[in-house]
Design a protein around this ligand. Sequence first.
Ligand SMILES: Cc1cc2nc3c(=O)[nH]c(=O)nc-3n(C[C@H](O)[C@H](O)[C@H](O)COP(=O)(O)OP(=O)(O)OC[C@H]3O[C@@H](n4cnc5c(N)ncnc54)[C@H](O)[C@@H]3O)c2cc1C
Length: 318
Amino acid sequence: MTTLVLLDHDDDGTPRTAALELVTAARPLGAVHGVWVGDGLDAALATLADAGVETVHHVAADAWWPAVLAETLHTVRVSTGADLVLLASTAEGKEVAAGLAVLEGAAVVTDVERLERVDGTLRVTKSVLAGTWASTVEVTSPVAVVTLEPNAVRAEPAERPSSPQVVDLPVTASQVARAVTVVRTPRQATGRPDLATADVVVVAGRGVDGHLSPVEELADLLGGAVGATRVVADEGWLPREQQVGQTGVAVSPRLYIGAGVSGAVHHRGGMQSAGTVVAVNSDPDAPIFEFADYGVVGDLFEVLPALTAELRRLRELA
Ligand SMILES: Cc1cc2nc3c(=O)[nH]c(=O)nc-3n(C[C@H](O)[C@H](O)[C@H](O)COP(=O)(O)OP(=O)(O)OC[C@H]3O[C@@H](n4cnc5c(N)ncnc54)[C@H](O)[C@@H]3O)c2cc1C
């Protein structure tokens, strides 16, 4: 049983945490092969060895958009005979997964939180219906394409490091995959982590009334990302790219803090797989308290600064 993992990485060759989480999740299932697209592999080999990647298929890239990545993964999948391809559940990961599944005639399951093999059959679990149900899916097709929620698994080194074999693979994407050129303009760096994969997300809801500093200060202290409800994006208080929810970014942080967020079903749909949910809302009947792990009924303009000050004090003591 071989799992193929797309090793997403920064330009300097640092594997993304989400990629190392995929490797960690894949290890108990059998041999782990990685696909590295582009430069920077040499710098990453030690990390990939610690993670236990057995073989890295290195593809020189002059193009990297989803249709090309799907064809690239298809080529590597066929050459390795892998029965599972694992990608991160980001917007791009899911687009690549869909394209790859079409090329393979494979089953695709997105937003998965746990995967295991039971008597040789792949079984995956995901949250559905705004986090109210856990759905377990058995994949019966010969090849499975699965996207795993960021933070669903903590990236851990392997018990025994590997000595990854590097296989250079010439892959030429088809005319169809190259028919559209994707131009990416990097967003202005905020210094905060990427919203989709952040460990901590602090979300501003309508209750902030345009005043974001309590939310931003708390997020910065925790090294987290700042998210917005749709109302906050509609009001222009935060950019649309920061909207969390069914029609925004899906997040799965270990810690989600909602400040002045009611917890509407469309918002919940994008944060249902968060680990611990903390809600600060002045209305004790706000729906968010129905699914929050910790709730504070109070004015966010009092609660958030007090929380930030206390966390800062504890940090200074440590
Ligand atoms: C098709 C569709 C798709 C949608 N997609 C999304 C989506 O992707 N993401 C999303 O977020 N929404 C989405 N929505 C909108 C969603 O239904 C809600 O309207 C929205 O999430 C509500 O945002 P909110 O919690 O900021 O505002 P509200 O629902 O107005 O809640 C504000 C909360 O702030 C509290 N509050 C006010 N003042 C304070 C204070 N000083 N201190 C503490 N608490 C305070 C209030 O008690 C209230 O509970 C979608 C809607 C539709 C119809």
